[in-house]
Ligand binder design. Sequence first.
Ligand SMILES: Nc1ncnc2c1ncn2[C@@H]1O[C@H](COP(=O)(O)OP(=O)(O)O[C@H]2O[C@H](CO)[C@@H](O)[C@H](O)[C@H]2O)[C@@H](O)[C@H]1O
Length: 519
Amino acid sequence: MPEAEPAERAEPAERAEPPPQPHIQPRPSLFVVHITPELAPVAKVGGLADVVFGLGRELEIRGNHVEIILPKYDCMRYDHIWGLQRIFDDLWVPWYGGAIHCSVYFGFVHGRKCFFIEPHSQDNFFNRGAVYGFHDDIFRFAFFSRAAMEFLWKSGKHPDIIHCHDWQTALVPVYLYEIYQPMGMRHPRVCFTIHNFKHQGVTGAQVLHATGLNRPDYYFHYDRLRDNHNPHAINLMKGGIVYANFVTTVSPRYAMEAKDQGQGFGLEPTLHIHHMKYGGVVNGIDYDVWNPEIDPHIPVHFGVETIEGKYADKKALRDRLLLADNEKPIVSFVGRLDPQKGIELIRHALFYTLGQGGQFVLLGSSPDGAINGYFWGLKRQFNDNPDCHLEIGYNEELAHLVYAGSDIMVVPSRFEPCGLTQLIAMRYGTIPVVREVGGLADTVIDKDFSHRPLNERNGYVFRDYDERGLESALGRAIACYYQYPDHFRELMKNAMRYDYSWNHPGQDYMNIYDYIRDK
Ligand SMILES: Nc1ncnc2c1ncn2[C@@H]1O[C@H](COP(=O)(O)OP(=O)(O)O[C@H]2O[C@H](CO)[C@@H](O)[C@H](O)[C@H]2O)[C@@H](O)[C@H]1O
């Protein structure tokens, strides 16, 4: 008999080779500095302020060191700054061949580390009672950008990433690569985020002399700062695009519209040239601030499983605004009353809603006296109407109650880079009715006309910028509210389940930062 093959002996457990492990290396943290004209809630004019506030926190949660530099405005909400102290008193910022003396303050804004730059000069750049709206705005922010760079240089800070925003800080990468890198600041890379292509900072050559970019012929080249349309002007935003290591705007759809569909306000050719370093990242919203489960500004908290609480907030909104208590849906608008937001259609939404048996609430304001005056006229017209309230002004706290207490929110923008109001609305189970543009198109999925599964649909969308377009979506929303309340409620829950926090965009920005650091 053949000898039995010896059975394979198992290795004693203690000698077994461990399976090969992937080589896991902890991700090195980055030092990120945001240079920004706005930061919520201390200096907020628009959505840019919310983005720096939310993204800054998200980057820190991901283990990075984040600092924020902004001007020290007299009109800031100082009650939101903790531990404000002067930490640097000897910053001299080059300006017109001389220098302006500045102090730098440090303080925490809801945990975020912030530096505030205060110039001491006759120009009185930031002591004017408002963030924008002055004849020398371009000079004020060109100065601030230079001051922020000078502060980094003098204080020996060498961030991995400098992240700047909109035309106000678009000169930052120009300063870095033309002035500070030759002096030895070789480390930082710049990410430049455009929140709105409409405002670009187009100006004459004088700003070059002021800022120390002293070679007008060089900067007036079309490959650098020369405006694409006005050959006698320079364009700060264009400079930001040309010099930054990466350029983002605030949604993929708007990125495409700006580059290829005529929404770039003249910067289309520049975006084409630099398309390899250009992309769109949808904004998030800060879930510590916008969260119906913990929001201190609403009387009753609610979530997807406790959505009934929302009706108590609806009642509170009605009580606050003296609206009639009835079965009607509340349709609202919150935002800047800017032509961008679709003034004519906001007005039409009001009339149409009342005609369709709804209530209408508006919270908004405009720096433009004519637009403000127009809405004041409407307010007077509807003063005694128990189904309508217009609140002309800026009121953060009331905004929370409007988001929580409304059923439907209209965002009928002409163009919309991202839009935060529809994202906040969804978080509060308020159904967005939006025009199919920019970030609105990227974030709202039509309930009736979509290839997406039913549980991914979260609102109503229309295409044409006209009254019939708006009615085609708002009419369906109001009809669904009345005729199919169960469907409407499912839609509310779908909207609430979406993750529009900074989680995904935070990862996208980390990828961009890693990409430009590695290049
Ligand atoms: N009267 C008022 N009272 C209280 N709160 C008010 C208010 N008016 C506006 N707000 C609040 O301000 C924010 C405005 O967000 P938007 O997205 O409309 O920003 P905006 O168009 O200014 O910014 C630009 O930048 C942002 C950020 O990138 C883009 O989303 C956007 O498309 C682009 O136009 C929201 O949080 C809203 O609640």
